[in-house]
Design a binder for this molecule. Structure first.
Ligand SMILES: Cc1cc2nc3c(=O)[nH]c(=O)nc-3n(C[C@H](O)[C@H](O)[C@H](O)COP(=O)(O)OP(=O)(O)OC[C@H]3O[C@@H](n4cnc5c(N)ncnc54)[C@H](O)[C@@H]3O)c2cc1C
Length: 290
């Protein structure tokens, strides 16, 4: 199929793009970044926006750099740029590991990190990574700039807190010591969205867990941090009992998605297995670094 007719706007820079968003905020307008999710949906006519605002000329949003204690990523940075930016790997190993599971080379060449996060597919890997790192998302309109925490950004399947007149312009990943990390995923085929994915970061001091993040994708209507599971580990020695308590919390605090071919029971079972594996790997890495 081909998409319905739409008006096409090609802003030359960020100010023009924000003005275009403001002018069309009362209409059904969509931002076009890499087009790897939006264009298939338009072709299938799942979406039929009246206006398409193409941000591909906004080269000022294509960057990754470390500034102070943050990794700053421009929203128009292509997946492959970030995947291949080795400087990010030492400071954010979860980004490197998760990218082993994200789509295929050609899709990653066009797809952008900003488009990926704004699309908010509940089975996407990068939202779980950003949740684990406590990333912040910078949203701009023509009149204001605001910063939203990752755990307030993802609202539901394909829904975020971006307002119609706003553009996601930057992702800020706070750099903290992360000696323990792990990313685990099961998908139908390599490069497919996750059936279940788990991201874990862990820090130990004197044998005790002093910081941990556990986030999952694929399990419910959005990627989600599981604070209840983290609470079972923080301040404790990470024994098999504590890991079991964290896994129990994952099982009870998530309303697992039931979809054709993948029952909620199976998703729960996978989440338990993958989270257990990820927590143990993160713990082992953190222990070795002590
Ligand atoms: C075959 C295939 C396999 C894939 N496999 C995976 C996978 O395993 N894991 C995965 O995570 N993804 C996967 N994807 C999706 C891919 O990661 C997309 O690149 C991504 O989801 C969307 O990024 P994009 O830049 O292409 O955004 P687009 O498709 O251009 O836009 C997606 C949505 O985000 C909005 N948007 C885009 N940029 C912004 C912005 N800066 N501010 C506000 N709104 C914005 C758009 O309006 C649209 O609603 C796959 C895609 C394909 C085609």
């Amino acid at each position: 199929m081909k998409p319905c007719d739409f008006e096409y706007v090609l802003p030359a820079d960020l100010n023009e793009a924000l003005a275009a968003l403001e002018n069309t905020s009362h209409r059904d307008a969509k931002v076009l970044a890499g087009g790897q999710s939006l264009i298939p949906m338009m072709n299938f006519r799942t979406l039929a926006p009246e206006v398409l605002i193409d941000i591909n000329q906004l080269t000022e949003l294509d960057y990754c750099r470390v500034e102070g204690r943050d990794l700053l990523i421009g929203a128009l940075t292509r997946h492959n740029t970030l995947k291949n930016w080795t400087a990010a790997h030492d400071v954010c190993p979860l980004i490197r590991d998760a990218y082993e599971h994200v789509a295929h080379h050609t899709v990653r060449n066009r797809g952008t990190i900003g488009g990926n996060l704004s699309h908010a597919d509940p089975a996407s890997e990068m939202p779980a990574v950003m949740l684990a790192y406590d990333a912040q998302f910078v949203l701009r309109s023509s009149t204001s700039t605001r910063t939203v925490r990752a755990d307030e950004f993802f609202i539901s399947s394909l829904q975020t807190s971006i307002a119609p007149n706003e553009l996601l312009v930057e992702i800020r990943v706070p750099l903290r010591r992360t000696s323990g990390w792990a990313f685990e995923e099961v998908s139908s085929r390599k490069g497919d969205f996750a059936i279940v994915a788990v991201a874990v970061l862990m820090e130990l001091s004197n044998g005790k867990c002093i910081a941990v993040s556990i986030s999952l994708s694929g399990v419910t209507d959005r990627s989600t941090r599981v604070y209840e599971a983290e609470g079972a580990l923080i301040g404790t020695r990470v024994t098999a009992d504590r890991i079991d308590a964290a896994l129990t919390a994952i099982g009870t605090s998530i309303d697992f998605t039931d979809s054709p071919g993948v029952s909620s029971e199976y998703r729960k079972h996978l989440a338990n297995t993958l989270a257990g594996r990820a927590i143990r790997t993160a713990f082992q890495r953190a222990s070795e670094a002590q």
